[in-house]
Design a protein. Structure first.
Lengths: 162, 150
């Protein structure tokens, strides 16, 4: 069982780090989350058996952990008056985008990450999350609409109405 | 021509790039005529663009050195546990790619042949592309320290 956990670590650690980094934008925080996620994997794997869909499980757990840390860090840094954003070069405020993602229900976040960042098809996401394809599509559109509202309110994108 | 309701039902597939060519062309035709739908799609596309600009970082960069500076004992335990996982990969499993074996030192394969893992004395680890893999190296060194430097 430990071998499977180690194998998962070796196979997915870069992906887990990437998901965490997208939310947090900080190397050390992303590394903390990566390690935390695999410790959790190890514990859960040992006690409850391996998840049926490793990528879906890892993505969901990673994003949740990263979002939680993002919220904590955001509060702390806000109190300290230190900016967390490092996306000035790309013209997008990471804090705003990550904050918009943080405000989504878990399933919408997981679907958006799988679709936008991992390039999965709706069918693949449905399999990973063990839900219907139509459900994935609904979460995808609703998630995008929620993020659009948040980005529009923050002035990151134009909210045009036809 | 498609109506707004039909376009809305295809929105996920359209934005997700999963429509067939004829369907995509039909949606595009509708968007060219319908200001409301085209505005909706434009803003959702801008949202996707904004999401797409979140950098995933580089794991190579992250793997350079495992920082132990954030000093809570729980984090220290977490680091140790995950490093142990990383170590197990090198110690218990035979890598599929021979290039993933450590270089710069001798590798003892007898443990592998016995099914009990292998031992390394090399201090340099590389990944499948020949780049330094400090994460595995750190895991190995920590494990070695746990075992009393054997």
């Amino acid at each position: 069982m430990g071998v499977d956990a180690a194998s998962a670590f070796e196979r997915y650690r870069a992906a887990v780090y990437g998901w965490a980094y997208r939310v947090l934008g900080d190397h050390h925080d992303a590394l903390d989350v990566t390690q935390d996620v695999f410790v959790t994997w190890w514990r859960v794997h040992r006690e409850n058996g391996a998840p049926a869909h490793p990528i879906g499980w890892l993505r969901t757990v990673t994003i949740n952990r990263a979002i939680n840390l993002f919220k904590t860090r955001g509060r702390v840094r806000s109190l300290e008056g230190e900016p967390v954003s490092d996306l000035a070069a790309t013209g997008v405020d990471r804090e705003v985008v990550a904050g918009a993602l943080a405000g989504l229900p878990e399933m919408q976040r997981a679907v958006l990450f799988a679709k936008v960042y991992d390039g999965c098809t709706f069918a693949e996401v449905a399999e990973q999350l063990d839900v219907a394809v139509s459900t994935v599509k609904t979460h995808y559109v609703r998630g995008l609409q929620s993020v659009r509202r948040a980005l529009g309110a923050a002035g990151v994108i134009a909210m045009e109405m036809g | 021509m498609m109506d707004c309701q039909r376009v809305e039902s295809l929105l996920a597939d359209y934005l997700g790039g999963e429509l067939s060519t004829p369907e995509q062309a039909a949606v595009d035709d509708h968007l060219a005529e319908c200001k409301r739908c085209s505005a909706d799609v434009r803003s959702l596309t801008a949202t996707l663009d904004a999401l797409g600009q979140l950098d995933a970082g580089s794991f190579e960069r992250s793997a350079a050195v495992i920082p132990m500076r954030r000093g809570t004992w729980r984090q220290g335990l977490a680091y140790a546990a995950v490093l142990m996982i990383g170590c197990m990969v090198g110690w218990v499993m035979k890598p599929a790619d021979p290039a993933a074996l450590p270089t710069g030192g001798s590798t003892t394969q007898t443990d592998v042949e016995r099914g009990g893992g292998r031992s390394f004395d090399g201090a340099s680890f590389v990944d499948a592309k020949g780049r330094p893999d400090s994460f595995r190296r750190n895991a190995y060194l920590l494990f070695k320290a746990f075992r009393g430097g054997s």
